[in-house]
Ligand binder design. Structure first.
Ligand SMILES: C[S@@+](CC[C@H](N)C(=O)[O-])C[C@H]1O[C@@H](n2cnc3c(N)ncnc32)[C@H](O)[C@@H]1O
Length: 376
């Protein structure tokens, strides 16, 4: 039986970012489950069935490198020779993003925003970042070397909005350094609307341009719903959500009988979470700062701590604090089972009793794993 090709760029060898695309999806999921069970084999975890994702069309954020010329830009990646590979029809992205990228490529030409030429260090437009909310609204960000094209972008923005009615938030990010980093610190908002509303798991989460959001909307919803269900079995009176981002876990777990505090290093994300809590009429507090510093300085631990760190994990200091703090339960959501295993080894008094893999990153070797830890 012949099957339709999933991605013509992959088949032609132009893009291998989805390094597992050649594996049938059920094999991908089995391999990931096997991997996480092996990494956590030292623990007696009750594993729930892995949560499958749509294999394509799931990715709510496009991070496109812009190359070529203003008349003929490419949106995609650079190949090893440094030439642009156009991936505007990348099938991982949501249909709304796929429809928007050709319009945004035309805009590069109309507004004369010259793509940045890495070897020559000339040009302006480095990346185009596009996020689609579950409601179909778009956030578009032009990552520029300098402010030079901003006036032209502003001038042509009304025409772009007419061509792309879903465009709700537009901004310019300034990344003046000649470094392979996605974006810089400074953001210039070009629309009145400042946030995209990410409606997942019954929550309306405001997302500002520089904040993190899980890139797979369906899996984000599954993650917060599972957190809500698992934690409700335990009924804690107080919860910290460390590495809270725009507050998904905190707001999913908040309630009249639960005192919730979210801690996050990004002030933008904290502002978004605070706004979402206020609009939902939820009593949750969000603090800008380092998760470890917050924990070690606290007078007393809460009943339950959620941690959802970047790939590096929570690290020895926070793991050590959790180990000795007396906190009864930890809900650890990890996008890197290797660092999860290291962190668990540093908290022998907290036993992972339940785990579930959520396939946040189909067609790659990556995945999210949610684990509930209980004090022995
Ligand atoms: C994997 S994301 C999780 C975000 C959020 N929990 C969610 O569900 O979307 C990790 C978050 O940790 C934040 N972060 C990174 N280092 C941190 C630190 N040292 N202290 C607090 N937050 C940090 C990042 O800004 C990012 O928002």
């Amino acid at each position: 039986m012949s099957t339709a090709p999933l991605c013509h760029h992959f088949d032609a060898g132009r893009c291998r970012s989805c390094s597992w695309l050649g594996l049938p999806y059920d094999v991908q999921l089995l391999d990931k489950q096997r991997q996480v069970e092996t990494l956590l084999a030292a623990h007696d975890v009750a594993w729930l069935s892995p949560v499958a994702s749509p294999q394509l069309g799931f990715r709510n954020k496009a991070k496109m490198v812009v190359h070529g010329t203003a008349d003929d830009p490419t949106l995609g990646i650079l190949n090893p020779a440094g030439s642009g590979v156009d991936l505007r029809d990348c099938p991982l992205h949501t249909p709304g993003i796929r429809a928007a990228l050709p319009v945004l490529a035309d805009f590069v030409t109309t507004a004369r925003v010259t793509p940045y030429d890495v070897p020559a260090r000339r040009g302006e437009l480095k990346h185009l970042l596009v996020t689609e909310s579950p409601d179909g609204e778009l956030m578009v960000r032009w990552v520029l070397r300098s402010q030079e094209p901003v006036t032209r972008i502003q001038k042509h923005l009304p025409a772009l909005r007419a061509a792309l009615p879903a465009l709700a938030v537009a901004s310019v990010n300034l990344q003046p350094e000649h470094k392979a980093i996605l974006e810089g610190d400074r953001e210039i908002l070009l629309t009145e609307q400042e946030t995209l509303t990410m409606r997942v798991a019954g929550l309306d989460l405001h997302l500002r341009p520089q904040s993190f959001f899980q890139t797979n909307t369906a899996m984000a919803a599954e993650l917060y719903e599972r957190a809500r269900a698992w934690v409700s079995e335990v009924g804690p009176g107080s919860v910290w959500d460390l590495y809270c981002g725009v507050g998904g876990f905190a707001l999913a777990l908040a309630g009249p009988a639960v005192d919730v505090i979210g801690v996050e290093v990004s002030t933008e994300a904290v502002a978004s979470a605070t706004l979402s809590a206020r609009e939902a009429g939820v009593d949750a507090t969000f603090v800008a700062g380092d998760a470890t510093a917050y924990a070690v300085a606290a007078a007393a631990p809460p009943d339950l701590v959620v941690v959802n760190p970047p790939r590096r994990g929570i690290g020895a200091e926070l793991a050590g604090w959790l180990e000795t703090s007396g906190v009864q339960r930890v809900l650890y959501s990890s996008c890197n089972a290797q660092t999860l295993a290291t962190d668990l080894a540093a908290m022998p008094s907290l036993r992972p009793v339940r785990g579930q893999l959520l396939d946040m990153f189909p067609n790659t070797g990556h995945y999210e794993v949610l684990t509930l830890l209980e004090r022995r």
